[in-house]
Design a binder for this molecule. Structure first.
Ligand SMILES: CC(C)(COP(=O)(O)OP(=O)(O)OC[C@H]1O[C@@H](n2cnc3c(N)ncnc32)[C@H](O)[C@@H]1OP(=O)(O)O)[C@@H](O)C(=O)NCCC(=O)NCCS
Length: 312
């Protein structure tokens, strides 16, 4: 299953938790995806797997809240359950008509686990603020020979307020990104393993054409990083709007289904060399954050083991 398809489901299930929280006190409104945190896909989803997505609110601020979405796959024949990914998304509540920001009802974490989750959400908020709404990137030019995917947004892609779901954009990002990775791996299978933290800078509406442009930034042993930029073009406006940009990592699979050697790529132009240097920096940041997350997870597990409720 393509990572983009899973991301689309993650956005749908996540927005349901955000909407339910907004409606809790009878409040009406619309929720839009503001950002998706760095997401790792630990395992592939295979044919005949049944997938299960669970979402819950992790922290609420003013007009925004964070939702945790856990994805698991279950093999129908063996009953084996595997953790596929855990994603964190921020949704913003808007007035349905005016699109002005509105407040979410307050949230009070109850259990020690909820408290830990809320604390981890604060840490992610801090990391997002440090990194800024968009990670530094070098704009993709036509001379970079990008893979370009263009699609008209139809009512199938949007909610009742004509607002295109973030998941549609996430799926398009992966479609463009995986084509670049597949080209580099000489048409051998690739799997998406990471999607970097990203923000939805501008909304997209029905009737607009969305264009995703993707280029390779760097190859390592078995993996490659791809930069994707997304623009929306309103038919009545001259200039397209930037909607989102993201970095994704793909791994090439060998004949045994294990990671296989990715054909190396050498950057040539000054822009390509700079992109490759920034890719190494991002790889270091990802590894550092994974260690940080593993540490905070083990502290959650330690505290859960100590908490009286978990001993019942
Ligand atoms: C999300 C959006 C409404 C934010 O608008 P904005 O003017 O930048 O908002 P502000 O800076 O006033 O922030 C409003 C809240 O959103 C949060 N926020 C804004 N951008 C964010 C981001 N990228 N990541 C996390 N939180 C974000 C802020 O922290 C603030 O939270 P608070 O009120 O709880 O303190 C706007 O960027 C937008 O419309 N984006 C497109 C959303 C969309 O259509 N998604 C689907 C994609 S097709």
């Amino acid at each position: 299953m393509r990572a983009g398809h899973v991301l689309k489901l993650i956005d749908i299930v996540g927005s349901e938790a955000a909407l339910r929280h907004l409606n809790r006190d009878g409040k009406r409104g619309l929720v839009v995806t503001a950002s998706l945190d760095r997401t790792n896909f630990h395992q592939p989803i295979r044919l005949w797997d049944m997938i299960r997505l669970e979402s819950r609110v992790s922290q609420v601020w003013q007009s925004s809240l964070e939702v945790e979405v856990r994805v698991q796959a279950e093999n129908w024949f063996t009953d084996e359950t595997r953790d596929i990914a855990t994603a964190y998304l921020v949704f913003v509540a808007l007035n349905e008509k005016t699109r002005e920001k509105i407040q979410f009802p307050a949230y009070q974490p109850g259990t020690p686990e909820e408290l830990q989750l809320a604390q981890a959400a604060e840490l992610r908020k801090k990391n997002r603020a440090t990194e800024g709404k968009t990670a530094p990137f070098i704009p993709i030019e036509d001379t970079d020979n990008p893979v370009v995917i263009s699609r008209l947004m139809t009512p199938n892609d949007a909610n009742a307020q004509s607002n295109v779901f973030g998941g549609i954009i996430l799926s398009l990002i992966d479609e463009a990104g995986s084509q670049v990775a597949k080209k580099q791996s000489l048409n051998q299978p690739v799997v998406g393993v990471r999607q970097d933290r990203m923000s939805f800078i501008s909304p997209t509406f029905i009737g607009e054409t969305v264009e995703a442009k993707a280029v390779l930034t760097k190859t390592w042993n078995t993996s490659t990083e791809v930069q994707v930029e997304v623009f929306a073009q309103n038919p009545n406006q001259a200039e397209p709007r930037r909607v989102a940009s993201s970095y994704l990592v793909y791994v090439k699979l060998g004949p045994n289904g294990r990671p296989g050697e990715m054909p190396p790529w050498t950057p040539q132009t000054p822009a390509q060399i700079q992109r490759a240097e920034l890719a190494d920096v991002r790889r270091e940041i990802r590894e550092r954050e994974e260690q940080q997350q593993a540490l905070s997870l083990s502290s959650v597990q330690d505290n859960a083991a100590l908490s009286p409720s978990s001993q019942l």
